[in-house]
Design a protein around this ligand. Sequence first.
Ligand code: COS
Length: 383
Amino acid sequence: MHQLYYLTDEQRAVRDLVRQVARDKIAPLAARVDETEAFPEESIRLLAQQGLYGIWVPEAYGGTDMGWLALSLVTEEIAWACAATATQYLVQPLGGLPILRWGTEAQKRRYLPRLASGEILAAFSLSEPGSGSDAASLSTTAVRQGDRYVLNGSKQWCSNGDHAGVIVVFATVDKSKGAKGITAFLVEPGMPGFAVGKKEKKMGIRGSPTVALHFTDCAVPVENRLGAEGEGFGIAMRTLDFTRPPTGAMALGIAQASLDAATEYARQRKQFGQPIGAFQGIQFMLADMAVAVHASRLMIHHVASLQDRGADVTTLESSMAKCFAADTAMRVATDAVQIFGGYGYTREYPVERFMRDAKIMQIYEGTSQIQRVVIAQHLLGRL
Ligand code: COS
């Protein structure tokens, strides 16, 4: 491991704390969570007990306010052990940050302390069956009727939607306005007309539930609107600017775990009378994996440090870091399976799980293609 000279003592301490919990307690549960598609309740409880759910929340609302670099450090360590648990861990700021940044004082007081302690979990629901990368085309509607909005439509691929105490739901108050009609709402599962739909059977991160949500004349009080009408798309995009880097950190955790496993295996496994790590073909693979892992980490830490220093708009750096780390995780995990050979293709070793878990990193929170669209727009402007 490289010395990260720029970390503060506090950041080092929280990283070391979570590393120990993740390696001793969460990693041993990961294969079973994957195999049984079970909600990683025990792992989440351990993280909440250590106060790790509140690190992005200001002290005034019950958190420890340690910042975005700390969040990325923690997320990497959790993902090293169990990517499904890391996904669950990150939906908390994904659903909670919009409340922190755009919520009224009453909304903040109602939700943030419970999110910081882990008493309730959050979710974020933007995607729909017909609207994934083209988020502005969503068609769930919200119609104001007196002191409530009536929501109708269906959402898809909502991580943690069946376990959340509050879900940030994006709907349109006027589809003809495109992005400018999109409005955010804080939906609680008990609201009439809200129903959790199909739970997906997924390739990876199988312990993290991904569900559809259905709204049938769902009545949401006006005080649960987040921000103004039409502000929702900006809320979603600006939230993703902050959650894409820690999503990259999740990919980084998977990549580091893959590299560690492959390095150890290359030392132990003997073929043709010597450890396979003595062959230059394997050495070069490991070296390329290590370079990409290191570069991912620096990119993520760079953007998180900008955010900790108060940068509000990091769209370019966030997309670059997420894209690079996600693509790296997929490549490094695939190469780890290759180094393990036939053993790597079996469930006897964890690298096949790492490879399956890595794939989602290139898809959720914006695909690697969408990140490239964002990056290219910064280079070229709108042509
Ligand atoms: N921060 C603040 N505002 C932003 C923004 C950002 N990062 N990105 C876009 N906006 C604003 C634009 O400035 C524009 O506002 P104005 O019309 O006032 O100028 C508005 O939002 C619409 O932007 P744009 O025209 O660029 O939107 P597009 O429909 O072209 O979509 C992409 C942009 C493709 C980048 C967006 O839809 C996206 O990120 N898609 C992926 C969605 C995603 O990540 N889904 C994962 C599910 S969440 S787990």
